[in-house]
Design a protein around this ligand. Sequence first.
Ligand SMILES: *[C@@H]1O[C@H](CO)[C@@H](O)[C@H](O)[C@H]1NC(C)=O
Ligand SMILES: *[C@@H]1O[C@H](CO)[C@@H](O)[C@H](O)[C@H]1NC(C)=O
Ligand SMILES: *[C@@H]1O[C@H](CO)[C@@H](O)[C@H](O)[C@H]1NC(C)=O
Length: 481
Amino acid sequence: MTVQRNLWVSGLVTLILLLYWTDATGGYFAALNAAETSKNCFCELEGSINDCSCDVDTVDHFNNMKIYPRLQSLLVKNFFRFYKVNLKQECPFWPDDSRCAIRFCQVENCEEQAIPQGIKDKGEQKERAAAFKYTREAQREGKACSEMEDFDSALGFLDTSISDQAHREFELWAKHDEAEEDFCIVDDHEEGSQYVDLLLNPERYTGYRGESAHRIWKSIYLENCFGGNNETANKFSSIVGHLDLRDMCLEQRAFYRIISGLHSSINIHLCSKYLLSETKDFLDPQGHWGPNVTEFKRRFSPETTADEGPHWLRNLYFIYLVELRALAKAAPYLRREEYYTGIAEEDEEVKMAINDLLAVVENFQSHFDENALFSSGIASIKFKHDYKEKFRNISRIMSCVGCDKCKLWGKLQTQGLGTALKILYSEKLNLATESGLWDMPHIEADPIFRLSRTEIVALFNAFGRLSNSIYEMENFRRELR
Ligand SMILES: *[C@@H]1O[C@H](CO)[C@@H](O)[C@H](O)[C@H]1NC(C)=O
Ligand SMILES: *[C@@H]1O[C@H](CO)[C@@H](O)[C@H](O)[C@H]1NC(C)=O
Ligand SMILES: *[C@@H]1O[C@H](CO)[C@@H](O)[C@H](O)[C@H]1NC(C)=O
């Protein structure tokens, strides 16, 4: 979702208005605000992360010292770097206007000789045809659209090249996964799904902005959050502030904070991997990308966000704790996973690294309490249902992102979040855990709860993105001091 970042950028305006809802907790926030302004930087958050039992400093230290370094080495492994995703799904909600965003595929990477041998190999003809189509289309669109937008969209170029060896391994993985398919529904089998090498397509500033990007966030906040109705939509469009979200209950607030936290995280990535060089050589992976403090201030300082920036940053900590808790809860399950790539040595290494990471995660003292949500009888059943519906819809909206790289990271991060919520609120997982299933030998364990490879890859990478944001916050703080 590199490209996506920008879309989030544009959504900022939306946020500015919406975040007023954090006022729901009234005096509590006033106190926090006082604490925040007494510091010399707006991003020097301190104190409690509302709706959770721990504070910002604790998370900073825990993440930066323990989680971040571990994830850095884990996520470059083969198991985690190839993500299967369908970027060709049509936007179900409005006419697709994303054509222009891929026009810069006319670069070398898309020419025939650049298409990896593995894709051209026998047995992969379907994918090969798709690759050519992509190229030709992209080239045509390039001419058609080049007058309409500036060079920025080139930043959203998605590098789909994958080594021959990787392709051979995918076949092995697919066989392996199929063997286990009997008891799980994998939704990445659709036509049009492809493997993407995440390391070749880092999430960073893409220049994706404007109406298309704006619409994505607008529909997420106004049509897919609780409380986003006709009235709020009117307020949004007329840019009169202050949504009255005081009546929201914990569940609704949590939903909003999770989305806001994700949005903040994506914006932080954009600020920390900003295109710094003025040259037009964007496709050079060695290009000059780095932190832009001005941009960070623009997006988050109280002056430019009607005092909401610090709340948005705090929401990043909230979603971090939600996903952290999901990892802890699923730890017994995740320890049993094989992380199969066919390279025995690496698989073993990954398993050890996972065990190490999970042990650290489990040792965290003040985990998010998922039982605080959906605990009020009948109403909670409806809530859970609504949550699911809204999340599914948000992932559908991701197909409307008009920039492939943004779409990639948008899908990955929403799927990761969706997986985390599935873990937190899965009755099957609870059942399996209560019955001591995970302590039994593999063979006896009835796999009533399963995650697909794609879900696991998304879960860890999405958490890795949040971890990265908290780490980058520390850098911005240092710069701003
Ligand atoms: C899904 O999102 C679209 C686009 O924002 C919106 O129009 C629609 O009402 C949403 N559907 C549900 C079921 O929330
Ligand atoms: C939404 O607001 C507009 C303008 O205030 C109004 O004309 C319209 O009837 C409203 N729609 C609904 C469904 O309430
Ligand atoms: C940083 O971002 C600002 C916009 O917030 C932009 O005007 C400026 O040129 C950027 N700085 C660099 C070095 O790219």
